[in-house]
Design a protein around this ligand. Sequence first.
Ligand SMILES: [Zn+2]
Length: 75
Amino acid sequence: MKKLYYIDFPQEHLKGQMHKYQCSYCKVETTVINGKLEGHLPSCEYRVKLENIGYEAEAKKAKNSPVSIDADDFD
Ligand SMILES: [Zn+2]
């Protein structure tokens, strides 16, 4: 189950920044979240709630992926 945009999360102003908003739960800026569920922290209450009811965050291209098999070629 997927939504096109995830924008129904509680938002609040960034401190001292009138035109910037952040998620009330994980404090990630809305411009960073960019309407995506995976833009929230994995621990974000909003994200966890939606994932629990069946919405899926897109798998991020893991930066910290395990060392590739190719690396084993260097002996
Ligand atoms: Zn959040």
